[in-house]
Design a binder for this molecule. Structure first.
Ligand code: ARG
Length: 456
């Protein structure tokens, strides 16, 4: 089969080389972006008199016909034509004749593919922003239901201090808020237009890059043609933002797995989002959070893969850069799938408030408040800490929790203890007392929730 670049060649390409170098198997996903870019390019060629207005129109109509055919699944992409760009150009020439060959005037596949990738990243970044907001809405609505739901807060996975479940969930809200911020910020750089850079050095034709930028809604034209065709920073950035988003989803997933275990029994995942065991009839497995956690690995892999592809490349375009695609496509698909499931999992989560509440009566997570109590009465905090530590040790040795002790027992350790210590140590009061800005006290959570709502 004749190649579009076949003029200089005397032999057919080795079949294995065709298969090895072709990207059509995956870059067919860029068909729409490729045609979008071509439509703007040829529009500009017509306006600048580089092709005639009629030719531009014929080419545009041809491209639209091809897009419709692709969308209806009515085309066959050929490995011999290597990639989406040449497959579409070949289809165009077949569709409208030799004039189709004028489309590639003043451009190269190098600035073309870079433009396609920018258009793809823009579309997908906007989609990810939407999806992460769905997760934020889910977190927010669970949080609103659980402002007064008390459970142990942990450090080192040891019971630390009682907190509100809303507070715990809202911590994730803010992680996703930063992710959203990063995605939005990345759009600034995604919105740089490479088209018009040619192969690497610009073009001899009197093109108008600003006009193409306007047609494709880009904010900025790459000022350097070599940078334009060899830049994949925006892909690395997307992979890095997605990696961090996976970290956040993975941490939350880990909590869901733990909380839904027999040992914790703090939450129950909806049946619709769990799976069973082929042998153990009693099992209800949290496969989805587990897979969210597991898929984090492949996303990190794609980030490292892309950084590695780029690190030794001389300017400008190198075929290595074709390796930018599968990783980012897989990453975006993974993120879309993950975010899309996380939102309903959170929405349908059953919160076992009684179990959470019970947990804080069976631990020493109110000990800090005893130390604070003594410190408020004038004992230096370090001494208050020491006294409280001794009370905790005494309680453990006697198989009791702090609230099981009598006032007389307390007073053995310090004469500062009075009847009000029992109120101070009640888990609800322990939680409520943390009303410093950003703390777990209900008044602070309400302020936090208000602020969160203003971000959506
Ligand atoms: N399929 C190629 C890629 O994805 C398109 C650009 C090819 N450019 C070239 N000079 N061979 O990177």
């Amino acid at each position: 089969m004749a190649k579009l670049w076949g003029g200089r060649f005397t032999k057919e390409t080795n079949k294995q080389v065709d298969a090895f170098t072709a990207s059509i198997g995956f870059d067919r996903q860029l068909a729409k972006e490729d045609i979008e870019g071509s439509l703007a390019h040829v529009q500009m060629l017509g306006e600048c008199g580089i092709v005639s207005t009629e030719e531009a129109e014929t080419i545009q109509n041809g491209l639209k016909t091809i897009l419709a055919k692709i969308e209806s699944g009515n085309v066959e992409f050929l490995t011999e034509h290597e990639d989406i760009h040449m497959n579409i150009e070949k289809m165009l020439i077949d569709e409208i004749g030799a004039v189709g060959g004028k489309l590639h005037t003043g451009r190269s596949r190098n600035d073309q593919v870079a433009t396609d990738m920018h258009l793809y990243m823009r579309k997908k970044t906007k989609r990810l922003i939407e999806l992460v907001e769905h997760v934020q809405y889910a977190l927010l609505s669970q949080a609103k239901e659980n402002i007064e739901t008390i459970l142990p807060g942990y450090t080192h996975l040891q019971r630390a201090q009682p907190i509100s479940f809303a507070h715990h969930l809202m911590a994730y809200f803010w992680m996703f808020e930063r992710d959203k911020d990063r995605l939005r910020d990345s759009l600034k750089r995604i919105n740089w237009l490479p088209l018009g850079a040619g192969a690497l050095a610009g073009t001899t034709f009197p093109i108008n890059r600003k006009r193409v930028a306007e047609l494709l809604d880009f904010d900025f034209v790459y000022p350097n043609s070599m940078d334009a065709v060899s830049d994949r920073d925006f892909v690395v950035e997307a992979l890095s933002i997605c990696s961090l988003m996976m970290v956040h989803m993975s941490r939350l997933s880990e909590e869901l797995v733990t909380w839904s275990s027999q040992e914790f029994q703090f939450v129950e995942l909806d049946d619709a989002f769990c799976t069973g065991s082929s042998i153990m009839p009693q099992k209800k497995n949290p496969d989805v959070p587990e897979l969210l956690r597991g898929k984090t690995g492949r996303v990190f892999g794609h980030l490292v893969g892309m950084l590695t592809v780029l690190k030794g490349l001389p300017l400008a375009y190198n075929k290595d850069m074709q390796e930018d695609k599968e990783g980012i496509f897989d990453t975006v698909n993974t993120l879309e799938g993950a975010l899309d499931l996380l939102a309903p999992i959170l929405e349908t989560l059953t919160v076992k408030k009684d179990n959470m509440r019970k947990a804080v009566t069976q631990d020493y997570s109110n000990a800090t408040d005893m130390a604070d109590y003594l410190a408020t009465k004038g004992l230096p905090f370090r001494q208050a800490h020491e006294v409280t530590g001794k009370v905790v040790l005494y309680a453990i040795e006697h198989g009791k929790y702090l609230l099981d002790l009598t006032l007389d027992e307390f007073r053995e350790f310090s004469s500062l203890f009075e009847e009000d210590i029992f109120d101070i140590l009640a888990p609800e009061n322990v939680m409520r007392a943390r009303h410093s800005q950003g703390g777990t006290g209900p008044d602070q959570i309400k302020i936090q929730i208000q602020l969160a709502e203003s971000k959506l």
